[in-house]
Design a protein around this ligand. Structure first.
Ligand SMILES: Nc1ncnc2c1ncn2[C@@H]1O[C@H](COP(=O)(O)OP(=O)(O)OP(=O)(O)O)[C@@H](O)[C@H]1O
Ligand SMILES: [Mg+2]
Length: 280
């Protein structure tokens, strides 16, 4: 393993679903200043790995550490640990404006809590103003501040995804978990998203490491410092993009998947329904 113990580390993680081994001895590291990508064919275990870090799936084997200390993630405790995530879809509150959605994201960690304000209860004006300004700054950083007053449902999909990202960033995480952020986006939006993600660990204010689970190979190659390739729950390759790109094991894993999925002709079948566990 690497020398540094900063950031997130998974050590020999194993997950079983009944008779199926979803993850088998998976080790990886997400240093504080890096974007680390997890790729692999359908059913490789990517979402399972993501869920382990979120505390949604408890591993049967192995351990997690954060800055060298044991980490037992629980979904409701993530923000306090400095971890934020976006959901695979969008997941915004339809009844709140864009700005309010981001304010909620910020207060997941704040002691004061935004809930009283949402319920129409009295609450410090100064807190609220500060929160509002903070949320606006984040929206501005993602280029969507002009939509602050809009209802999420009225916005294009790509804008809603940005708002969801803003909400995750509002809690000032040290580690951001992204599950297929490019899903449903067009080429131009994916490129813009890539620039955003790549910048996160290097921001002057609140830099943030990223664990990116993503099908979209071009995006992963463009933004990641390190890439971990899963196949049937095991790490079959790990390294910087230029190494992974030329690794025959990676090509093989993807080609195998394509053949089994009746040869759609693309090595990264987007939005495919069944994992290989189901088709094999
Ligand atoms: N809750 C569950 N119960 C039973 N089996 C599961 C469960 N979740 C995942 N699996 C199985 O575990 C394996 C890994 O699934 P996972 O969703 O992690 O793959 P993935 O790499 O995210 O795939 P995709 O690219 O299709 O999203 C698959 O064979 C899947 O069918
Ligand atoms: Mg998945």
């Amino acid at each position: 393993m690497a020398m540094t113990e900063h950031g997130l580390a998974m050590h020999g993680i194993g997950v079983r679903f009944g008779g199926l081994t979803a993850l088998d001895g998976v080790s990886l590291q997400v240093p504080p200043d890096q974007v680390v990508g997890v790729i692999g064919p359908n059913g490789a275990g990517k979402t399972t790995l993501f869920n382990v870090v979120c505390g949604l799936v408890e591993p049967a084997a192995g351990a997690l550490t954060l800055d060298g200390r044991p980490l037992r993630p629980r979904p409701h405790r993530l923000t306090r640990l400095g971890i934020a995530r976006t959901l695979q879809g969008v997941g915004l509150f339809a009844g709140l404006t864009v700005l309010e959605n981001v304010m909620v994201g910020a207060t997941n960690s704040a002691r004061a809590g935004f809930a009283p304000a949402l319920l129409g209860l009295p609450r410090s004006d100064r807190d609220e103003r500060r929160l509002r300004a903070h949320a606006l700054t984040i929206l501005d950083g993602l280029g969507v501040a002009d939509q602050a007053g809009a209802a999420p449902g009225t916005l294009p999909f790509a804008v809603r995804k940005r708002v969801a990202l803003a909400r995750a960033l509002a809690s000032r995480p040290r580690l951001l978990l992204l599950d297929e952020p490019a899903g449903g986006l067009g080429a131009e939006d994916i490129e813009a998203l890539g620039e955003l993600i790549r910048d996160l660990p290097h921001r002057v204010e609140h830099p943030c490491a990223v664990l990116l689970v993503e099908h979209h190979m071009d995006l992963v190659m463009a933004v990641c410092d390190q890439i971990v390739v899963l196949d049937f729950g095991r790490v079959i390759a790990a390294g910087p993009p230029e190494v992974i790109r030329d690794d025959p094991r990676v090509t093989e894993a993807y080609l195998g998947a394509t053949v089994e999925q009746s040869g759609a002709g693309t090595p990264t079948p987007d939005g495919a329904e069944a994992g290989r566990g189901a088709t094999a």
